[in-house]
Write a protein of this length. Sequence first.
Length: 189
Amino acid sequence: MWDTVIQLDRNLFLFLNGLGSQPFDPFWKIITKQVYWSPLFLAVFYLLQKKMGWKNLGIILLFLAVLIACTDQITNLFKTTFERLRPCNLLEFKGIMRAVVTRKSFSFFSGHAANSMASTMFVFLIIRSYYKHSYLLFCFPLVFAYSRIYLGLHFPGDIVTGYFFGAVSGWLCYKGYIRFRRLNHATNG
């Protein structure tokens, strides 16, 4: 059964990666870097600050920093445990895939997918009651993580697993944040 799943994952990767085109490569190289998403992050922080104030924004940023650090470290633990080669490093894919970027590190599971989904889930759960279209925040992890397939760095299974792990991590962090706010409110109330 796992052989079938792995083969489907590889076939889906080759299909999605093969949709790319050289004129679009520079665009996807930009999309895959977090720094270029800064305007989106600043806009979300502005919206949070506008509804919740500076103190609460500071607490949210602290929770986000811990969330991303934990998610990133657990992702690295999985990568070194499973040691799944990236598609760009598979000899059998040479000549049949588009390796736009190469990395020597391991593939399973995607830190880009996990971190982007964790932070998006956490922020979404906070902001959803204030803004009707906050679900649009999920466009960020979808596009951000797809860039990893486009560039030849991750299999779709790496992305989906990263999404799942990130969503659960973001939800758990949100629960911790809510608990912190209640305890803080009870002691200061």
